[in-house]
Design a binder for this molecule. Sequence first.
Ligand code: CMP
Length: 147
Amino acid sequence: NFQSTCAIIKPNAVAKGNVGAILQRIDDEGYQIILKKQGTLSQEMAAKFYEEHETQPFFQDLVDFMSSGPSVVLELQKKNSVSEWRKLIGPTDPAEARKVEINSLRALFGDDVTKNGFHGSATAEDAARELGLLLGSAGRKLKSVDR
Ligand code: CMP
């Protein structure tokens, strides 16, 4: 199941100057970077991206954080990339990640549950939506996700 996922290196990890080391790790783990875009998300884009969390108490903090500085948005391809990438980044809370998977990206580069350093799509359908929204890959998103 060779597929695309949507990965984000969040503003806290970018601000700490870790993008080079992270891209190296992504390469070492066998991912192909299909698209890469660095920029600061607008509040509107961050809110749209996280619309499923709209009713959560942490929603506004999450939107503020995600639009606070540059992120790196990536389309990554690999066999089973959706589940493999989620495994590589580790649990949502970096403190938990440091307990269960010390080599995961959130354990290494995350600060707290909001500033956790990384996003990964939950499903292939989410990946298609997210890649379309953030990278504007409307014409080829389904093909690249499903092939
Ligand atoms: P992410 O995997 O990008 O998707 C949803 C985000 O919401 C998650 O990473 C966290 O950054 C954030 N989040 C999830 N749970 C909490 C929480 N309990 N408190 C604060 N932020 C959270």
